[in-house]
Design a protein around this ligand. Structure first.
Ligand code: PGA
Length: 251
């Protein structure tokens, strides 16, 4: 289904979409073993990672030449902090597959100078030739990675002040204590996303329906950062029935 500028696919269920997404990633790696992959965190991709681990364990996908860039990290957290996104990725994905550690790229949330760390990250991404395939989630407020709604967006990687909504959404990583969630994060900028050669955005559940509708049908505005994906020629938005309820007007 083509909705405005973006291709939309509505799946019968979240597990079905996750299995299809894992199959797509595995096929992309078989086609190009040195794939450069952009990876999200959060609840949305958990089943995709589980499926990819299962495919790897069955010998159906080899990550040994793949390069990864994660999209964001909490400011102030070292990579080995159990609440960091780096630790999340180790737990749910990296430790179960055969990625080469030197080809895993992450913001260092504990870097002393955030601006310099962002420049380092963008240079690494440039050196890698940009992202071949970017997997994305979306926040209920329309954020992608931690590019938060605001008056303007930044093209490059940057330090982002986290909205209260975003901090509440990740409180489970911090013992359900929102006061422990860092106030800021380092995030890839919109340019890195728009330069990705292919984007799959996943959104599941009714809490994402309004953001999905705004992304697909609304104006391109920094108040809904995901709406900038309308400018990209190769984005697929994969939904379940709940997140897609506003999409075709039939619900
Ligand atoms: P979630 O977060 O997967 O935990 O819903 C998605 C996002 O905020 O991008």
């Amino acid at each position: 289904m083509l909705t405005g500028a973006l291709n939309v696919r509505v799946f019968a269920s979240e597990p079905e979409a996750a299995a299809a997404c894992a199959a797509l990633v595995a096929a992309a790696i078989r086609e190009k073993p040195s794939l450069v992959l952009g990876l999200p965190t959060g609840r949305t991709p958990l089943n995709v990672y589980r499926e990819l681990v299962a495919l790897h364990q069955r010998g159906q996908v080899d990550f040994s030449r793949v390069t990864t860039f994660n999209l964001d990290e909490f400011l102030g957290l070292a990579p080995d902090d159990p609440s960091s996104y780096r630790a999340y990725m180790e737990r749910h994905f990296f430790q179960h597959i055969n990625l080469a550690p030197e080809r895993i790229h992450f913001f260092d949330g504990s870097a002393e100078r955030a601006e310099r760390e962002c420049v380092r990250y963008d240079l690494k991404l440039l050196e890698a030739g940009g992202l071949d395939l970017l997997l994305l989630g979306i926040g209920p407020n329309g954020h992608v990675a931690f590019i938060e709604p605001g008056d303007s967006l930044q093209a490059g990687s940057h330090r982002a002040r986290l909205s209260r909504e975003s901090r509440l959404a990740v409180a489970s990583l911090f013992g359900d204590d929102v006061w422990k969630v860092p106030l800021a994060a380092l995030t890839l900028g919109m340019a890195g996303m728009l330069q990705a050669r292919r984007v799959i955005l996943l959104a599941f559940g009714v809490s994402k329906a309004a953001a999905v509708t705004a992304m697909l049908r609304g104006p391109i505005t920094p108040m809904c950062p995901a709406s900038f994906l309308q400018l990209h020629g190769n984005v697929e938005v994969w939904l379940d029935a709940e997140s897609g309820r506003g999409v075709d007007g039939s619900r």
